[in-house]
Design a protein around this ligand. Sequence first.
Ligand code: HEM
Length: 242
Amino acid sequence: MDDLKKPILPGKGASDYERYLHTDELLALQKLPEDFLHKDEMTFQVVHQASELLLKGIAWELDRARLHIDEGEFSNAARLIRRANQMLEYPISMQHVLETITPYDYHIIRAGLGHGSGLDSPGFLSMLHIGPRLGESFHAQLRKANLSVDDVYRRHDEFFGLHDVAECLLDFDERIHLFRFHHLKLAQRIIGGGVIGTMGTPVEVLHQRMEHLFYKELWDVRNQITAKANEAMLKPKAGCAY
Ligand code: HEM
């Protein structure tokens, strides 16, 4: 019988676990402790790298979901957007870990960042790329079925698949908003809300960017539904004595 402890996969690494996951390479991607400007730099780097890795996985699932929407496979699309949304919880919550770095210590790390800025985050840029494309695919399906956003919400039982996708997109939009909200608070706590970032962008811009939504129409339809409900309540009912 084969020795189950011996690796059988190709590549470097003492075990198949290490070979499959390329842990040697992955765990060598951080600065060496002797090169750290501050001991908190390990946490700073690991949180950023882990976020980038998760955002890569999220973009992958969202792009798969987009193709399912194009094919009219709404259950599969919703399943994958849900998965992406669950993954997105971690880049959001990991930001709180960085709140434990004190402002003075952070400036020691910051001195070694050059012009490095989250504005160039490949992971977050991929969110800004895929978000609108998902919306376009969703709206193409609405046009194909000759439906408005309001129709999908009003007749949600009949168009359950499209309604499910719409709600998953709304969840995605909300999480991007939450990422930006927690990131703004992080920046305000560590470097302050009235300063300029490493790439020359005032922290205040992060505040303005929070206003950005991918799917405004999915938020706005709630206003229309409430307005219609209010209108219906004000109308005197037939057969009613008062
Ligand atoms: C100590 C922690 C952090 C501080 C003080 C900080 C600060 C900043 C500042 C000042 C900006 C404005 C642009 C500029 O750099 O000039 C920015 C942008 C950004 N940062 Fe961070 N950041 C931190 C951690 C993170 C982490 C963990 C991520 C996760 C990937 C991240 C992602 C981003 C993104 C995506 C933007 C662009 C924001 C947008 O488009 O709304 N940052 N950050």
